[in-house]
Design a protein around this ligand. Structure first.
Ligand code: ATP
Length: 422
């Protein structure tokens, strides 16, 4: 089997560990491992240029004893420059010891190509939001490019959008094959060989906003980053007896804000899932902080999730919270928006372990897939790696967002936590 892995949507720590695990386990199981650069955009663009002769290196390097030696494990393209030749640059100007990937988005890789990747932040194979893949023509071209390289299985690591894309692609696959054959772009033999697409999704998202899994890849690292930032702010806030309002990421999901608040000792936290009434939140917050100050606290930390709203769906913004603290409590208040520092940097240990276990499970799921089995999303529930039907998880995630938009907060929470009672 030829397995390709891609990362899509917003980047998150741990995506490289996913690629590493899929490549290594795939090879150990006797498959060929491929990566697709720049997310779905790379599938659509495919390979317009052949690898130069010198890029082919048939020396097997550091293969484990139990790896098969039929050629599928050979480290074909060691030292390719994954960082260059991206969507904006033309990939020219080789560095010593590296080889250009110009014009090649679907690339076969070997064991050594992914060595040490678990410790790298972001995604080394690139990610993108691809408009073209949202169109039927884009997906037709993507299917063609995959078949051209002989890829028959795909691992997608991304957020709910990327996993929706994966599901759409798989559902449409028979139609795409039919079109490619009727247009004479692939032979009947190839059409038969690629009649079914095996696809599996892994959730890479710092927001931890996916239903049917307890944790998404990248969320623990983002939480660490926020926690470190609060620690830094705590010391200066305490020195000057100041208040700080921190805006953190998370979109519709308050997980990052809530856990950062708990681990950093925040005084007040705003999350989308528990919106306060627009009439009461200012009083509530000021009473709480006033109490804390009265018992001698020299600093104040308020965390505002980027998706925080009140019960009338008015956004609660950090600047407004700051004004309330300044005007009503007379506190010297500053706003800190952590922004992209939450996304980047080295993955924490758990964002190496989780993608490794889930990457292994993804390869197993692909090997066991049948034409009638659903596409799976690999998750984790109560500390066990799980497989759940991909579309069910995506639909439930969408249902949470819709319930929040429709002000049905109890329903939204019941999707996340079936035992929730307000
Ligand atoms: P993040 O959580 O960081 O936003 P995401 O995976 O949800 O990540 P999106 O921008 O929603 O990010 O989706 C990533 C890509 O997935 C899109 O650019 C598009 O190429 C593909 N995609 C999303 N939805 C669909 C769809 N309905 N049909 C086809 N492709 C889609």
């Amino acid at each position: 089997m030829k397995i390709a892995v891609l990362t899509s949507g917003g980047d998150s720590a741990g995506m490289n560990a996913v690629v590493r695990a899929v490549v290594k386990v795939g090879i150990l199981k006797g498959c060929e491992a491929w990566v697709v650069r720049e997310g779905y955009e790379g599938l659509v663009r495919g390979n317009t240029e052949a690898l130069s002769e010198q890029a082919i290196d048939d020396e097997p390097i550091n293969l484990p004893d139990n790896a098969s030696t039929d050629g599928s494990n050979f480290n074909l393209i060691h030292n390719l420059r994954f960082g260059d030749g991206d969507l904006l640059k033309d990939g020219t100007g080789d560095h010593p010891g590296t080889r250009s990937l110009k014009g090649r988005y679907i690339v076969r890789v070997g064991f050594d190509d992914v060595r040490g990747w678990f410790a790298e932040g972001g995604t080394l194979i690139g990610t993108a939001r691809s408009k073209t893949f949202r169109t039927a023509e884009g997906r037709l071209q993507a299917a063609y490019n995959m078949i051209k390289e002989g890829i028959d299985a795909l691992v997608v690591c991304g957020g709910d959008g990327s996993l929706t894309g994966a599901d759409v692609f798989r559902a449409e696959w028979p139609k795409l094959i039919e079109s490619l054959q009727s247009e004479g772009r692939i032979t009947a033999e190839k059409a038969k060989l690629h009649a079914h697409l095996r696809i599996v999704g892994l959730v890479g998202s710092i927001d931890n906003d996916m239903s049917m899994t307890d944790l998404t890849i990248g969320a623990p690292t983002a939480l660490h980053r926020i926690c470190e930032a609060i620690d830094n702010i705590n010391s200066t806030a305490s020195s000057h007896s100041r208040a700080f309002v921190l805006e953190v990421m998370g979109r519709h999901c308050g997980w990052l804000a809530l856990l950062a608040g708990v681990s950093g000792g925040a005084d007040f936290i705003f999350i989308p899932e528990r919106p306060p009434t627009s009439e009461s939140w200012e009083d509530e917050m000021c009473d709480c902080i006033h109490r804390h100050r009265e018992v001698g606290k020299r600093k104040t930390i308020v965390i505002v999730s980027e998706g925080a709203i009140d019960r009338n769906l008015n956004p609660i913004k950090a600047d407004h919270v700051k004004d309330v603290l300044t005007e009503r409590l007379g506190l010297d208040t500053r706003v800190t928006t952590l922004g992209h520092t939450q996304r980047g940097g080295r993955p924490c240990a758990y964002d190496r372990v989780l993608p490794t276990l889930q990457g292994m499970e993804a390869v197993e799921a692909l090997l066991e897939a049948t034409p009638t089995s659903p596409s799976y999303m690999i998750g984790i529930r109560e500390n066990k790696i799980t497989r759940v039907p991909l579309m069910e998880a995506v639909e439930m995630t969408r249902a949470v967002s819709s319930a929040i938009e429709a002000k049905d907060f109890e329903k939204a929470m019941s999707f996340r936590d079936p035992e929730f009672k307000e």
